[in-house]
Ligand binder design. Structure first.
Ligand SMILES: NC(=O)c1ccc[n+]([C@@H]2O[C@H](COP(=O)([O-])OP(=O)(O)OC[C@H]3O[C@@H](n4cnc5c(N)ncnc54)[C@H](OP(=O)(O)O)[C@@H]3O)[C@@H](O)[C@H]2O)c1
Length: 393
């Protein structure tokens, strides 16, 4: 068997560490080419000791210099590099077959696009990249012959429930609806008044999944489900009205596809991201992910309910942004990133996240999202607009 060489973008995060866990179980199949982090140099060093990549990337030169010293002391041949260019280079490197895109937020866009344009197998966890640049991104996948495998558990589930070649729109394959499941987050059933005093630690305590802080807040506001709705539209060529959000508190069904003959196909499993990660790594084969087998008797029941878009307006805002098209999803994403950062820093209330995002979406004109320059400009513009509003609070 030839070794697959893998770059893990965002290696020190929740998805990154789960990816390394799966890779470490299959040394006969995979070799780590590069690992990247933003500032977590100690964690990256520990990962270099364990996985011995050819390259390790940090954001700042000062951190890369520190890492270089530590690697030399440990007698490791890993090259330590810094900056955005290095991120792009390890994503498109000739010797790399597979790129795990697990940087959080807009920072993941350029290296992920670079991997797509280099025709790699791209395991897409970084949903923000697709939300920002949907049409451009999917067009690049086709033009450069990249293999795009969704890692978000919901989209990975839908991917498994659709025919192998599902291009050309859902209707063509007899699919009437995609049923996107949502746990409902830690505040399911809470009213808008209850939500006003929510703290960052409460918002990050997800009932079923252990994740990074940004996505945990997104899950609590239901913006995560909104971003996923947009992601589903691009990945599966669906209209927003063909994607129904179904709150399913047990997070056992990861999503479903409904067909015109009345069949509904679901993918089930324990809530552990190593399942979709292993699926993406090995597709079309299957490998051990280290995930405990699902015990249906222990689960005993599965519940379903509609999402509450009054208490959680972010889901509606995302649907509206997708319907508006063009740069609207990029504006939504940028405003949300600024709002979540402010909430986590204690500078914005929980319910104010949706209010701020809604105001910025109203304020920024929608333009065609035909090229990367426009998307990056709009991203910067929306961040500025959000910061101005924040400063006025
Ligand atoms: N966690 C999940 O279960 C899950 C499920 C589905 C989808 N996703 C998606 O996967 C992505 C990663 O989520 P996560 O929960 O793994 O996030 P996370 O735990 O916060 O990790 C983020 C990773 O990205 C790096 N990073 C952060 N900012 C960066 C920047 N400006 N430039 C370069 N690297 C940067 C971090 O490095 P440092 O450690 O140095 O900060 C870390 O390695 C997100 O887009 C999320 O929506 C996550």
């Amino acid at each position: 068997m030839t070794l697959e060489r893998v770059t893990v973008l965002g290696a020190t995060g929740s998805i990154g560490t789960s990816t390394l866990d799966v890779l470490g179980r299959h040394p006969e199949r995979y070799r780590v080419h590069a690992l990247t982090a933003h500032r977590s140099r100690e964690s990256l060093l520990a990962q270099c000791r364990r996985h011995r990549p050819a390259v390790a990337v940090l954001d700042a030169e000062e951190d890369a210099a520190w890492l270089r010293g530590q690697l030399a002391e440990a007698g490791l041949a890993t090259e330590a590099r810094a900056g955005r260019e290095a991120l792009v280079e390890v994503a498109e490197a000739r010797e790399v077959n597979t790129v795990m895109s697990a940087i959080v937020g807009a920072a993941g866009l350029l290296p992920t696009l670079a991997a797509v344009e280099a025709g790699k197998r791209v395991l897409l966890a970084n949903k923000e990249a697709l939300v920002m640049s949907g049409a451009l991104f999917m067009d690049a996948v086709t033009r450069h012959g990249a293999t795009l495998l969704p890692i978000d558990s919901e989209h990975n589930a839908i991917y498994q429930c659709l025919p192998v070649d599902h291009r050309g729109g859902l209707v063509r394959h007899g699919v009437t609806q995609l049923l996107l499941t949502a746990s409902g987050g830690p505040f399911r059933g809470w009213s808008r008044d209850d939500l006003v005093r929510v703290t960052p630690d409460q918002a990050c305590a997800h009932p079923n999944w252990s994740m990074g802080r940004k996505i945990s807040v997104d899950s609590a506001t239901l913006m995560n489900k909104g971003l996923e709705l947009i992601e589903a539209c691009w990945l599966f060529d669906a209209r927003p009205d063909q994607v129904q959000v179904v709150v399913h508190p047990q997070s056992v069904i990861h999503s479903m596809a409904a067909y015109s003959d009345g069949s509904v196909i679901a993918q089930l499993g324990n809530p552990d991201m190593r399942t979709p990660i292993a699926y993406g790594l090995a597709w079309p084969e299957r490998i051990d992910a280290g995930v405990e087998a699902l015990d249906l008797f222990r689960i005993a029941r599965l519940d379903f309910e509609p999402a509450d878009e009054v208490a959680f307006p972010c889901l509606r805002l995302a649907r509206e942004a997708m319907a508006a098209g063009g740069t609207a999803p990029a504006v939504l994403n940028a405003a949300n990133e600024v709002a979540v950062e402010a909430f986590l820093a204690g500078r914005l209330g929980f319910t104010a996240i949706g209010e701020l995002v809604g105001r910025v979406c109203d304020e920024c004109p929608v333009m065609p999202a035909d090229d990367l320059e426009t998307i990056l400009e709009v991203d910067a513009l929306a961040r500025r607009a959000a910061r101005v509003r924040l400063a006025r609070q």
